[in-house]
Design a protein around this ligand. Structure first.
Ligand code: SF4
Ligand code: SF4
Length: 382
């Protein structure tokens, strides 16, 4: 399988990698089957952000005898305090979980020590100007990790991380829908002009995301891709934002054709799913081509673009923010802790909606806002 360089490390990763999240809460047999299938296909990189002891031990057992054939992205700051996924910025807790990862994987090194979930200014400041980065640098000096990386979903924060010059590897969420969903700024610019609103205005890659990819390329920081398939939504005729669903291989090809991308990580929990992803390497350029699907990108009808035109709300709900956090939350089986915190910190929540309907009259995109508020109340519990 084709390999690409990771930053300036000299390490090379296969273009298809394994996302670990679907191995969580699976019996050992499933974990073994999936990892052994990946190894057999020549896949040499996997992400392991999961903090749970059981899944880590299962992966460790499945890798016994093959540890040196799989590059591991191990995260610093991913914890499961109170038996729930969480982010910790406590250096001692981060250290404990990282040491436990080494123990559970029966190894004395992790290839990429990933500073976990750097999505906000606060996270950046705490981690990069504090003890956690120093801990990662010490791990690198003593050879316990081979390189430092970061995981992020936020292009502007990720750019700050890259500019810090500390990392060789960025784990970032990339797919065509994410790339083409306009940033709030761009949408408002469009509405500020005299010209009528045109959906074609959105048929391009978000400038901040494109700038990030280019920055990574220019700084020799490699990207491994998460959310390659948009949590499966891009493959579904019902859920895709495009006029037609993409194939797994088209999504992979899209990710691999972004600047700086080294590997597209695909969450798998069976041999069949591994084979389906690895099939990418056998396809022709025509079979990988995603341009037809993207050319059909003509309408945002029903999709919130976070423009804020639905305000004001008599219940003081920040509808755009609720929709944004909801969109992110439903991409995962488990609501990311930082997203839950952001949602909880809003002054009003989905449960405050009185269904007056005035927002829906103002929304230019026909978003089912009342439904979304109900869904948010259910997903976030308030
Ligand atoms: S329908 Fe709900 S969200 Fe919309 S304006 Fe009325 S109270 Fe607010
Ligand atoms: S619900 Fe409609 S008006 Fe409100 S932020 Fe979303 S797209 Fe804009």
């Amino acid at each position: 399988m084709e390999k690409r360089k990771i930053g300036k490390t000299g390490i090379e990763a296969t273009v298809i990698g394994l996302g670990g999240e679907h191995l969580d809460n699976q019996p050992y047999e499933v974990v073994e089957e999936t990892i052994h299938a990946a190894l057999k296909q020549g896949i040499n990189i996997m992400d392991l952000f999961m903090p749970g002891e059981a899944v880590r031990q299962n992966i460790g057992k499945a890798l016994d005898g093959n540890r040196d054939r799989m590059l591991i992205q191990g995260h610093i700051g991913s914890v499961d305090l109170k038996e729930q996924y969480d982010v910790s910025r406590d250096p001692e807790i981060c250290k404990k979980y990282f040491e436990n990862l080494l123990r559970d994987l029966h190894t004395d090194y992790i290839d990429f020590g990933m500073l976990f979930f750097i999505d906000s200014e606060a996270a950046f400041d705490t981690v990069f100007n504090g003890e956690i980065l120093k801990y990662a640098q010490k791990l690198k000096r003593d050879g316990t990790i081979r390189a430092i990386g970061t995981g992020s979903h936020n292009p502007s924060i990720a750019a700050k991380v890259v500019e810090s010059g500390v990392i060789d590897l960025l784990l970032f969420s990339i797919n065509p829908a994410f790339d083409m969903t306009p940033s709030e700024h761009n949408v408002l610019d469009t509405f500020d002009t005299e010209t009528a609103f045109r959906v074609q205005d959105f048929a391009g890659i978000r400038p901040d995301r494109l700038a990030l990819y280019k920055l990574c390329e220019s700084q020799s920081v490699s990207i491994t891709v998460m959310k390659t398939l948009g949590a499966g939504k891009l493959l579904s005729a019902e859920q895709t934002p495009f006029a037609q669903p993409l194939t797994v291989c088209q999504c992979i090809h899209y990710a691999l054709t972004r600047p700086a991308v080294a590997s597209a990580l695909i969450g798998c929990k069976s041999r069949e799913q591994v084979l389906k992803a690895a099939r990418y390497t056998t396809l022709s350029d025509e079979e990988r081509d995603y341009t037809d699907a993207l050319r059909s990108f003509q309408s945002f009808a029903g999709n919130c673009v976070y423009c804020g035109h639905c305000a004001p709300c008599p219940s003081a709900i920040d509808i755009a923010a609720v929709n944004k956090y909801l969109d992110i939350a439903v991409l995962d089986e488990v609501v990311p802790p930082s997203i839950l915190q952001h949602y909880q910190s809003l002054s009003s929540h989905g449960s405050d909606c009185i269904a007056c309907g005035s927002c829906e009259e103002r929304c230019p995109f026909g978003v089912s806002i009342i439904e979304n508020m109900k869904k948010a109340a259910k997903v976030f519990g308030v």
